[in-house]
Design a protein around this ligand. Structure first.
Ligand SMILES: [Ca+2]
Ligand SMILES: [Ca+2]
Length: 358
């Protein structure tokens, strides 16, 4: 007898619910430029109410003219009065305050011969009385032509903002300074989004994930790890449905999944984590098999069956069509004309198929 033994092991996937996760907020989003395009030093706020110096026609309001031509710049030529250099002030008007937390700066490159006049070191202040100024940010603008963004923390809304330019690349003493554009931004209010609730099923060479739709979600991001708790790698972004089948898996390896919801403002926190282990459930191909079933009461039952009946049993077990499976015994019938055994699915702990050919 050529005995072929093959084991079938079913590993049941389980979902581990991690509770207590907080809502996550989106990455920072910002308003449009708070200063509208200026065509003059207008009397209506927001206006450039003050600048300490300029060389006509390079007036200070030209840092708000949305024009990045070389001549559409603020250009000063005198030595600054003190270490604070030259400045421009924006006034948003009485009763109109802004919580600026980001500025864009574009330096000055009028020509190759004078581009060294571009802003270098700067300071940015906020005030509500134009007397007491709070330093919000300071940095060094690189000697480039591109717009540079600077983000900073600011918990106070101010009516006045002031940019001081301390020096330029042209002259360390800051004799001449050019600035083309200045843009002010505040953070947009963001809508937090709930994290989804994830569940999943392990299959043969695949894991199937599904989750509840989250109100306001425009899509979902599925992530996985091979260690519990992450770190997770994104395996599918911008999923618009609420299911995903991961076929890039190896049988016997446990994968840990989380999903997040996204909306226009960003991404939710991670869902609960689901652990899934895909398993080879390939049906045996021999013509007979010993089926050994371990029951929850600790006992085992052994059946010598045709492979067709074993297949029926596996299908019944996977499909869960009915509560019990009926084995018709062809041996040890004794005085009876037939003998049948009923196995209830809920009492099966595991089973083993030992396949052989006669
Ligand atoms: Ca502008
Ligand atoms: Ca400009």
């Amino acid at each position: 007898m050529n005995l072929i033994t093959k084991f079938l092991t079913f590993v049941f996937a389980f979902a581990l619910l991690l509770t207590g996760q907080n809502l996550a907020f989106a990455e920072d989003q910002y308003s449009d430029d708070l200063v509208p395009k200026l065509t003059s030093n207008t009397s209506a706020p927001p206006i450039v109410i003050e600048e300490d110096n300029y060389f006509a026609p390079y007036a200070g309001w030209k840092v708000f003219d949305d024009n990045t031509d070389s001549f559409a710049s603020w250009y000063t030529y005198l030595l600054p009065s003190d270490a604070e250099g030259h400045f421009v002030i924006v006034d948003f008007g009485a009763g109109n305050t802004k919580k600026v937390q980001k500025i864009n700066i574009k330096g000055y490159h009028i020509s190759s011969s004078s581009k060294g006049s571009s802003v270098k070191d700067w300071k940015f202040y906020g005030s509500n009385d134009k007397t007491t100024w709070t330093l919000l940010s300071n940095d060094t603008y690189p000697n480039v032509v591109t717009t540079q963004s600077y983000e900073f923390n600011n918990d106070t809304s101010y009516r006045y903002y002031r940019l001081n330019i301390l020096n330029s690349y042209f002259d360390p003493t800051g004799k001449t300074i050019g600035l083309n554009e200045l843009e002010l931004f505040e953070k947009s209010s963001t809508t937090p989004i709930d994290e989804p609730v994830l569940s999943g099923t392990a299959g043969n060479a695949k894991n199937t994930l599904s989750w509840d739709a989250v109100t306001g979600a425009t899509g979902y991001i599925l992530k996985r790890s091979t260690t519990p708790g992450g770190p997770y790698t994104t395996i599918a972004s911008n999923v618009t449905g609420t299911t995903y089948t991961d076929t890039d898996v190896t049988n016997g390896t446990t994968y840990y999944y989380v999903v997040t919801a996204i909306n226009d403002d960003g991404e939710s926190g991670n869902s609960n984590e689901v652990a899934l282990t895909p398993t080879d459930t390939t049906t045996p191909t021999g013509n007979r098999a010993l089926l050994v079933i371990s029951l929850t009461d600790g006992s085992t039952r052994e059946y010598d069956l045709s492979i067709n009946i074993v297949n029926d049993f596996v299908s019944w077990y996977e499909g869960k069509q009915s509560e019990a499976f009926v084995f018709t015994k062809e041996y040890n019938i004794g005085p009876f004309t037939s003998r049948q055994e009923y196995i209830s699915q809920k009492h099966i702990l595991s089973f083993e198929v030992k396949q052989y050919s006669k």
